[in-house]
Design a protein around this ligand. Structure first.
Ligand code: SER
Length: 602
């Protein structure tokens, strides 16, 4: 069936509005107030509080198209179907309909709206274990619709269980739908679980009825939900019988632009991977920069992922002969495709292009230094093998991809200790992953005493900012604390005046001088709200939260740790106030040990 991306989005929304669903708009790609994940990875993600039981203002039946980023499979990009950005078509029942309606509707949508031949559909259902029984009910519903018994497969948790999105939260058994490409079975056991290519996944219906707790156990949710997700790009590819997602209309203008700029064709086996990588990565970068909460390239968090995507695109693009300014020209094509569906991209067009050009300049500069380092290395080498350690240094300090080092070494008759490189790379990856996990625990880089004090100062400053600026929209947008300083991002539209900064400092120092004890209580989110605590209510996964109280000065939901008394903090001083991104300000502040300046006379 010939169907454009726009038609598919519209058919999806119409199908569900006809069945009583309210369409909601895509949430930001950068999860709001959720420090546990970097990007929105599924349509359910912004809906977690509602899956847990909070009433959604738009009702119990919702549908949407959600922007998603998943970078776990970044190395697979370049094949026919992996993308780092994708759109997820989704519908939800928040404690309303369940399996009967959902299976029926899935079948109807696939066969009647998208025109799939029922004979070529295969489905999987949960085989059952000690946490949740075998899902015979769903299997029977599929059979009743018309799916052949031999096309219904029972699989375990690895395949037929979805979620939670983070460590804890809503999850449940699912049933997945696949298109049978007609290829012969790879073996007797061939099923949608194997990756031989016979079965291509289309859609996932999750029966979200459990909460995974921090101790690994599952408890039933207050309500039984349905959460479904269908990848727009892959569905377009499947229904049109195309060879890859890059042949669909959300990609062809991007690919066309790359071909025009480089003079290389995506049909050339030598260049197909590079063209796809550039197309995918620039598309994702455009969405990350152009998001309503967009970020720019940096060395941390979302900014770091963005940097890696851009540099990887530039690296692959160099092999195609792409030059300065070509990547931002590709981004132009991306914005053109999506401007009507995601107007935030059109509004940010100039910013997107400038950021991409600037990152290209920065990358090319480090590459130059890396090449100098490489030459030096070759000169002093005693053997013909470049040690893994040196290759890793080139990668880590100069952004040199391994394959580039290998190629350059080859030109000079050297080899590279690739295993040694991989070992170090793995160590580094584990370390930075552990670091990232730590960092997301409330923005703390470690949990030492100095950090805990600065963390306490952050709470006092947050409250002081709200009071001094007297604006209900002043809210935390990010936090990063090391033993040396705190860094705090908050929503506010303009620079603070010197008087305002002084007033904030004075308030914090007055709270320190009062030397009040800091207490912590566990309570439900509702109780915390009732107690007047500020915090990230919207996307809290667990039921109970910790609330830290600092006398009359501050009450905030937080994971800790904190100082025991405010008097431990010393003297609080703001060292910098600047813009972080549009509508977000950033303050850096320090504590020094000298408390004598906090007296009333000061
Ligand atoms: N949350 C499920 C998924 O991501 C269904 O939307 O596949």
């Amino acid at each position: 069936m010939k169907l454009t991306s726009d038609e598919l989005r519209k058919k999806w929304i119409k199908f569900y509005t006809d069945r009583g669903h309210t369409p909601i708009s895509s949430a930001s790609l950068i999860p709001e107030n959720d420090p546990t994940v970097l990007f929105t990875t599924a349509g359910m993600h912004p809906l977690v509080p509602y899956l847990l039981g909070q009433p959604h203002p738009a009702g119990k039946r919702l549908c949407d198209t959600q922007k998603c980023v998943r970078t776990g499979d970044i190395d697979e990009v370049g094949d026919s179907s992996h993308c780092t950005f994708f759109e997820m078509l989704g519908n939800w029942s928040l404690g309303d309909y369940f399996k009967t309606e959902m299976v029926q509707w899935s079948y109807e949508f696939l066969t009647q709206v998208l025109g799939f031949d029922p004979e070529r559909l295969a489905v999987t259902v949960f085989e059952g274990d000690s946490d949740c029984p075998r899902d015979d009910e769903t299997a029977a519903l599929w059979e009743k619709c018309g799916i052949k018994r031999e096309n219904i497969f029972y699989l375990g948790k690895k395949h037929n269980w979805w979620g939670p999105a983070g460590q804890t939260g809503p999850c449940g058994p699912d049933t997945e739908m696949f298109f049978d490409t007609g290829k012969p079975k790879c073996c007797d056991k061939c099923s949608p679980a194997c990756d031989c290519g016979k079965y291509v996944e289309i859609w996932n219906d999750v029966f979200m009825q459990f909460n995974k707790n921090a101790d690994g156990t599952y408890s039933p949710l207050k309500q039984k939900n349905v959460d479904t997700g269908m990848g727009l790009e892959r569905t377009l590819m499947n229904i049109q019988g195309l060879q890859s997602v890059y042949d669909t209309d959300v990609f062809t203008p991007i690919v066309g632009k790359i071909e025009k700029l480089s003079g290389k064709s995506i049909t050339d086996p030598e260049h197909v991977k590079a063209v796809r990588v550039v197309a995918d990565h620039i598309r994702t970068a455009t969405f990350i920069i152009g998001d309503e909460r967009g970020v720019t390239p940096s060395n941390v968090d979302q900014g770091y992922i963005l940097r890696r995507l851009l540099r990887r695109a530039i690296r692959f693009g160099a092999g195609l002969g792409l030059k300065f300014g070509d990547y931002s020209a590709v981004a132009d094509a991306v914005v053109d495709i999506y401007a009507a569906t995601y107007p935030e991209l059109a509004a940010a067009r100039d910013k997107i292009k400038t950021e991409i050009d600037e990152e290209q300049t920065r990358f090319e500069r480090t590459l130059e230094n890396g090449i100098k380092e490489f030459e030096k290395l070759c000169k002093f080498l005693q053997t013909d093998v470049i040690p893994g350690k040196s290759a890793f240094r080139l990668y880590d300090t100069y952004g040199f991809p391994l394959e580039m080092t290998v190629e350059m070494a080859k030109e000079r008759g050297f080899k590279v200790d690739v295993d040694g490189f991989n070992e170090r790379f793995e160590q580094h990856r584990k370390l930075s992953q552990a670091g990232a996990e730590q960092r997301f625990k409330g923005g703390l880089a470690d949990t030492g005493e100095l950090t805990a004090r600065l963390h306490t100062a952050t709470h006092l400053m947050h409250k002081a900012l709200k009071d001094v600026l007297d604006d209900p929209n002043v809210n935390q947008r990010g936090s990063n604390i090391t033993p040396e300083r705190l860094r705090f991002d908050f929503s506010f539209g303009r620079a603070l005046t010197p008087e305002e900064l002084k007033a904030v400092e004075d308030k914090v120092n007055a709270a320190i001088a009062a030397d009040v004890p800091i207490t912590c209580e566990e309570m439900t989110v509702d109780e915390a709200k009732a107690a007047g605590a500020v915090g990230l209510f919207a996307t809290k996964y667990g039921e109970k939260v910790k609330v830290y109280t600092m006398g009359e000065f501050s009450k905030e939901i937080c994971g800790g740790p904190h100082a025991a008394r405010t008097g431990e903090l010393g003297h609080f001083k703001i060292v910098k106030e600047q813009s972080s991104s549009a509508g977000v300000r950033r303050i850096k502040a320090v504590l020094d040990a000298d408390t004598s300046r906090n007296t009333a006379s000061n």
